[in-house]
Ligand binder design. Sequence first.
Ligand code: FAD
Length: 280
Amino acid sequence: MDFLGQESFDTQIIFGVAVALLAIGAAVVYLKTTKKSKGCLDPENFKEFKLVKRTQLSHNVAKFTFELPTSTSVLGLPIGQHISCRGKDGQGEEVIKPYTPTTLDSDVGIFELVIKMYPQGRMSHHFREMSVGDYLAVKGPKGRFRYQPGQVRAFGMLAGGSGITPMFQVARAILESPNDKTKLHLIYANVTYEDILLKEELEGLATTYPDQFKVYYVLNQPPEVWDGGVGFVSKEMIQNHLPAPGPGVQILRCGPPPMNKAMAAHLEALGYSPDMLFQF
Ligand SMILES: Cc1cc2nc3c(=O)[nH]c(=O)nc-3n(C[C@H](O)[C@H](O)[C@H](O)COP(=O)(O)OP(=O)(O)OC[C@H]3O[C@@H](n4cnc5c(N)ncnc54)[C@H](O)[C@@H]3O)c2cc1C
């Protein structure tokens, strides 16, 4: 009896130790994930982030790299959302505009913005004047769109100029997630070939995920040799390159206001219902 009693006592100790170890493990994982997912943004107050690198990509486009508080910090921006950036225009007046980082929370320690600077643009002026060491005031997350894996079967995307950045963020998140099989069909419109933003990155995604991600470029002024679309994005281009209206399909659009308006009319005429459409 004694022997059996000792064995049962030992089993209880082993069981107790195992439960304690499991609880400690779970607590460590919980603390790590909650710390990681907390992020550096405040939806109510602007926070300052230091510009640590500025890379000119073309005559009017630059990539701005901002430092987060520590080398393991994440920005904490949900997929499909953007940030508000505050600056001063040429007259010294305050200006606030939305921007979507091209980095995800898998990129730790920094976040990056690819900015197209327009000659007369108010916030463009602020970014043009920014030098390494300067701070940018940022508030967020912002936006009505929030991506959940499996929310649709296929996204159609209509982007114009710098309107590519929200699409790029959603596309990267989906394609880099091995379990997310959502299909992506992007039509990307620009004036000239040189205006195409994130071209290498988009080509990289299209090459790596040929069955999941398709891009069709449209240019107003194409080069001599060009196999993409020419002119403005037409109804026919949408019919040929985006998923047809139906269950599990959503069309996202982001571009200059005249393009957004023209695309809304094309999509309605093609039979997409309002619940299938989203404008960033
Ligand atoms: C969700 C969202 C995310 C965005 N993300 C980015 C981003 O990552 N990078 C980025 O560069 N921009 C992005 N934008 C656009 C950005 O918010 C500003 O609209 C843009 O930087 C111009 O602001 P501005 O104050 O310099 O120009 P404004 O003072 O508003 O405009 C002045 C003039 O600039 C020209 N202009 C302005 N916008 C456009 C345009 N879209 N197309 C053609 N001409 C234009 C026009 O001539 C206009 O009259 C995003 C917009 C949205 C809605």
